[in-house]
Design a protein around this ligand. Sequence first.
Ligand SMILES: NC(=O)c1ccc[n+]([C@@H]2O[C@H](COP(=O)([O-])OP(=O)(O)OC[C@H]3O[C@@H](n4cnc5c(N)ncnc54)[C@H](OP(=O)(O)O)[C@@H]3O)[C@@H](O)[C@H]2O)c1
Length: 266
Amino acid sequence: MGTLTGKIALVTGSSRGIGQATAELFGREGATVVVHYRKSEAAAADVVARIRDAGGQSFALGADLEDPEAIDALFTTIEDRLGSLDILMANAASTAFKPILDLKPHHITRTFDVVFGSLVHMVQRAVPLMARDGRGLGRIITVSGHGTPFTLPAYATIGAAKGAVETLTRYLAYELGSRQITCNAIAPGVIATDSARYYMGERYDAFDREVTAQTPLGRIGSPDDIARVALFLASPLSDFVTGQVIRVDGGLTLASGPFENMKHIE
Ligand SMILES: NC(=O)c1ccc[n+]([C@@H]2O[C@H](COP(=O)([O-])OP(=O)(O)OC[C@H]3O[C@@H](n4cnc5c(N)ncnc54)[C@H](OP(=O)(O)O)[C@@H]3O)[C@@H](O)[C@H]2O)c1
């Protein structure tokens, strides 16, 4: 018996990175996992195959989360094939990395649609499928980011959108608590994924060394680091936790700028 045996989970953006690691861990822990992707159909199929090879149940569904009709189709298929849903992890995100003065209206609209608007829409479709037939607690897990409490270059739009996600997480916890549905956010630090490599470009290796040096736990994060916290939030271990933002960064955010150069005093 795994921690999530008998549960049904949708992990958005699980063709790659954090979503992939979470989908595979949820599958190993006994959940039936809907692997969701936008373009990476072959990668999503590989994730499904690994879950099945490990003895789990899984299938993949594609949907562009910028498109409300695609979200409706995604949930209609889940309802038709599985009948209910226990865990929604809203992980997928995309944006254009641009300084504020270079932003065009569509950069803002598209980022907020995929990060914030899709979350509202998915929750509206997921909640009626949760806690059906005495299945127990429903779980919503959102994903924030390092660029919300802190400023990063060219990161304003998605940083602000994730700020809205953190606020919505608290409102969801407040409004859905009476239905025995919890909602919590994970705020990853720097995690070694495609998007981190894309964001840093050719500076990625140097950046990895700098993050490692400034992180008390002495390394950059891995997708598995986030997946394990998602498992905690999806499992009965977190039954009484709701409305929280859990930072998972190895202590990176404890570093205090110029004082890092004074470590010789220790
Ligand atoms: N990596 C980090 O350092 C870091 C730090 C803090 C927070 N985060 C957050 O953690 C989450 C996952 O990040 P990651 O680095 O694992 O991302 P990633 O490797 O770039 O993967 C992004 C996933 O989201 C999907 N996706 C992107 N746009 C989509 C859209 N419009 N509709 C549907 N799916 C879409 C992608 O699908 P396709 O593969 O089909 O394109 C992919 O599965 C994001 O919310 C990110 O903001 C990451």
